[in-house]
Ligand binder design. Structure first.
Ligand code: F6P
Length: 320
């Protein structure tokens, strides 16, 4: 395994740079040439030269959010002929091992390359944490803390004005971010796509709080669960409370990665190189408890990550 390449793909996530840095330095320490492919899979179609990394190439990036390799979504990777071209480009460059840092969509591209003879190992990097088979993906911890900071700030003004704040958070079609940040932030209600909810229950919880002189609340809504502006309108139609809406948006994708994400990125990036050096591929690095393990790509592509319903039920008791 002498020529390894690394790319970051899909939505960027804090900690991706730690993973890229680990791939480069672990690879160099194992006697490999390590190349960076810019703009995700698009870098395989745009004729751009790969970056020939050295130790210094990844200096001073572990604390930076985003990805120094840039990322982009490449439509060509959704079609077999595009996947053929991508594999041919990698082979033409003599790449005999590829590390893909990204989310579930990026893993699908990696599987297509593996099917075409490119030895590939993936590293889960998405703030959504929606990759089945790993306890956490890179970026999740930092994004939860970013949302938590927002919840804390909103709680100050919600308390002062005795208002109900409705906060939309990311997560695509899942509620992992909303649940973790909502529970940690003491949100009075958390709406996620995975759990059926109705607004009468939400309003009843708000009124019960008001009866106990709790005149402010925070409702965390996963973007895939509902339209927060509709929720806002309906609550004001049903009960007499003052409300405001905050959509956190792409703030959740930025920021200096937390220690957790820097450690996760470093461990998974190095583990991906080790697997390739052992001649293993068609895998992704997964956090299982305290351990980083190798899991077949099919594991994450065949089913959705289970939603922790017991943790959700805990929020119903704790945030009263
Ligand atoms: O997958 C990460 C994510 O931030 C999702 O939570 C969000 O829905 C999506 O990316 C936004 O995509 P874009 O950055 O292309 O607007």
């Amino acid at each position: 395994m002498s020529r390894i390449a690394v790319l970051t793909s899909g939505g960027d996530a804090p900690g991706m740079n730690a993973a890229v840095r680990a791939v480069v330095r672990r690879g160099l320490s194992r006697g490999c040439h390590v190349f960076g492919i810019q703009r995700g899979y698009a870098g395989l179609f745009n004729g751009q030269a790969f970056i020939d990394f050295n130790l210094g190439s990844v200096a001073g990036i572990i604390h930076r959010g985003g990805t120094v390799l840039l990322t982009a979504r490449a439509e060509e990777m959704y079609k077999p002929e595009g996947q053929d071209r991508a594999a041919e480009r990698l082979k033409a460059e003599g790449i005999n091992g590829l590390v893909v840092v990204g989310g579930e969509g990026s893993f699908r591209g990696a599987r297509a390359l593996e099917e075409r003879g490119v030895k590939t190992v993936c590293v889960p990097g998405t703030i959504d944490n929606d990759i089945n088979g790993t306890d956490a993906s890179i970026g999740f911890d930092t994004a939860v803390n970013t949302i938590l900071d927002a919840v804390n700030r909103l709680r100050d003004t919600a308390t002062s004005h005795e208002r109900v704040f409705i906060l939309e958070v990311m997560g695509r079609h899942t509620g992992h971010l909303a649940l973790a940040a909502g529970l940690a932030g003491g949100a009075e209600s958390i709406l996620v796509p995975e759990i059926r909810w109705n607004l009468d229950d939400v309003c009843r919880r708000l009124l019960q709080g008001i009866e106990r002189q709790k005149t402010h609340s925070i409702i965390v809504v996963a973007e895939g669960a509902a339209d927060v502006f509709e929720i806002n309108k309906e609550i004001r139609r049903k009960i007499n409370v003052e409300t405001r809406v905050t959509v956190l948006g792409h703030i959740q994708r930025g920021g200096s990665p937390s220690a957790v994400d820097r450690l996760l990125g470093s461990r998974m990036g190095a583990a991906a190189v080790d697997l390739l050096m052992e001649g293993k591929s068609n895998l992704f690095t997964a956090l299982k408890g305290e351990q980083v393990e190798a899991v077949p790509l099919t594991e994450c592509l065949s089913k959705d990550k289970p939603f922790p319903e017991s943790l959700y039920e805990l929020t119903l008791d704790l945030a009263r």
